[in-house]
Ligand binder design. Structure first.
Ligand code: NAD
Ligand code: TYD
Length: 334
């Protein structure tokens, strides 16, 4: 274990990044670099305040990235991204800026300062959509279908090129859908849970039979740590939970856990271009790095529902926008 490792974590105030910081701030010196977009929430890291350093900044802003990377790091883990497919349908430009340009700016700064490790956090969505059979492997051709996944694929290709052309030590993880605490309540699971807790309708797209492979966020963070420590430069590692479920089944399970009737499910117009099915073969990360998911979906979902039930204040502050004041109050002037 590299105890003295100094890591730059971009997007560390988002859903997955904040779990990564919480789980590993005792093992490494972490600097969080985050633009605090609507999805960035420093309050999510309140319980580990003081155990990491925070720098507010945009990964697409070259001087800002240069200034922080010049500080010297043993690794960069790039979580920073616009991450919601629905938003990418109506405002794709921000996705290209943060996801494509931002990744390139980071890669260039990291190369200039000879950062010896760069982990790019990507998604299984770069592979496109699966028919009822089959799984994504690391050699499945990229066929992104949404502006979000296209921008993530663009970033992956820049990472690949940096490894091929410059020998830059970049490793890519592509995970399936994450779930857990602190996820912004626009995504499927936190939206349904928080709506159900309030007795509100839950909008299910299309016929509700789209399939996602659910991965607990802490399992993903453990996999990312393994890749950071031991992944081979230039390689891609798929990370999946082995929990393929149609959305309708997950919706019913959430309502049951919340104690609300299934009649709260409202079938609504489908998302344009909605990918039908994702499923991941993660044998490579299991065989090479010895990682495997530890949290069974039913247990993880129960804990997640419980977290949203007992952390209504976090949800209320996100919904009201109050969470945006945290930075000024705690870091204002710094
Ligand atoms: P999120 O939307 O919750 O958080 C994104 C974070 O990045 C926020 O803190 C935001 O402020 C920050 N950010 C956005 N643009 C930035 C910019 N230009 N400069 C600096 N910071 C910026 O996202 P998430 O769900 O935590 O996802 C993290 C990463 O994992 C993303 O790269 C995403 O593509 C990938 N991923 C997510 C999932 C999932 O299910 N959530 C699955 C696979 C891959
Ligand atoms: P989402 O959480 O947006 O993740 P992604 O689109 O990246 O997989 O959505 C997960 C699934 O849930 C996806 O098939 C779309 C569906 N969904 C709904 O049915 N209703 C909703 O309100 C949302 C946000 C998603």
């Amino acid at each position: 274990m590299i105890l003295e490792m100094k890591i730059l974590v971009t997007g560390g105030c988002g859903f997955i990044g904040s779990h990564f910081v919480r789980m590993f701030c005792a093992r490494a010196q972490i600097v969080v670099f985050d633009a605090l977009t609507y999805a960035g929430n420093l309050e999510s890291l309140q319980d580990v305040e003081g155990k990491f350093r925070f720098v507010k900044g945009d990964v697409a802003d070259e001087p800002a990235v240069e200034a922080v990377v010049a500080g010297g790091f043993d690794a960069i883990v790039n979580f920073a991204a616009e991450s919601h497919v629905d938003r990418s349908l109506y405002g794709p430009m921000a996705f290209v800026r943060s996801n494509v340009q931002g990744t390139l700016v980071l890669l260039e700064a990291a190369r200039k300062h000879e950062v010896p490790r760069f982990v790019q956090i990507s998604t299984d969505e770069v592979y496109g959509s699966l028919p009822p059979e089959g799984v994504f492997t690391e050699s499945t051709p990229l066929a992104p279908n949404s502006p979000y996944s296209a921008s993530k694929a663009g970033a992956d290709l820049l990472c690949r090129a940096h490894h091929h052309t410059f020998g830059f030590p970049v490793v890519i993880t592509r995970s399936s859908n994450n779930y857990g605490a602190y996820q912004y309540p626009e995504k499927f699971i936190p939206l349904f849970v928080t709506n159900a807790l309030e007795g509100k309708e839950c909008p299910l797209y299309g016929d509700g039979m789209n399939v996602r492979d659910w991965l607990h966020v802490e399992d993903n963070c453990r996999a990312i740590w393994a890749v950071l420590e031991r992944g081979r430069p230039g390689e891609v590692y798929n990370i999946g939970g082995g929990n393929e479920r149609p959305n309708l089944d997950v919706a019913k399970a959430m309502l049951k856990l919340v104690g609300r009737p299934e009649s709260l499910i409202r079938f609504v117009k489908d998302r344009p271009g909605h990918d039908r099915r994702y499923a991941i073969d993660c044998a490579k990360v299991q065989d090479e790095l010895g990682w495997k998911p530890e949290i069974p979906f039913e247990e993880g979902l129960r804990q997640t529902v419980e977290w949203y039930r007992t952390n209504r204040a976090w949800v209320d502050r996100v919904r009201s926008g109050e969470y945006r004041k945290f930075y000024e109050m705690h870091y204002g002037g710094r």
